[in-house]
Design a protein around this ligand. Structure first.
Ligand code: CMP
Length: 157
């Protein structure tokens, strides 16, 4: 099982799309192991987006991400990082495929509703940043798990 960090950005919360987006992850079979909402501090967003700190959009991105509440989710599943990236769609929402979160719900490059970790090392870094207290993460087994996955092939392999 793999874990990934997902952020529902201020535009998703302001537009009342948080439930819709969380439902898509749940319906897919991804397990929520952490979830919290608040207007997070600038310092956290600067660290989160530090790979972009030389880019011209960096300051605007940090201001946008601290402009209102964000929902931070830790999601778990087999190949969760790539599965979530494909559910989210291309960064520019106007180019994202129908059926994806950005493709169905967005029209913007910057206000693109969701952030999702893009690789295992990034997920480790981002989960440590957003859920630095391990007590905020729950290890649990959904009763549906043996139906979401094939037990012999995927759970006991
Ligand atoms: P996200 O997946 O959160 O990762 C970095 C974010 O920077 C990206 O989504 C966009 O919201 C934003 N971003 C990336 N490139 C640009 C750009 N060229 N102009 C504006 N925003 C950008």
């Amino acid at each position: 099982m793999e874990r990934s960090l997902v952020l529902l950005k201020p535009d998703a919360v302001q537009r009342g799309l948080a439930g819709n987006i969380i439902s898509r992850f749940e319906a897919k079979g991804l397990k929520i192991v952490g979830m919290k909402m608040r207007t997070f501090p600038t310092e956290l967003l600067e660290k989160h987006y530090e790979v972009h700190n030389e880019r011209p959009f960096f300051r605007g991105l940090v201001e946008f991400m601290t402009s209102g509440p964000v929902v931070a989710l830790a999601l778990e599943g087999k190949d969760a990082i790539s599965v979530i990236r494909s559910l989210v769609g291309k960064t520019n929402s106007r180019e994202a495929a129908p059926g994806t979160i950005r493709g169905d719900l967005g029209m913007s490059f910057s206000n693109n509703l969701v952030h999702a970790s893009d690789a295992p090392e990034t997920a480790k870094f981002e989960l440590g940043l957003w859920f630095s207290d391990a007590a905020e993460l729950s290890d649990w087994t959904p009763v549906t798990e043996p139906w979401v996955y094939n037990v012999a092939e995927e759970l006991n392999a």
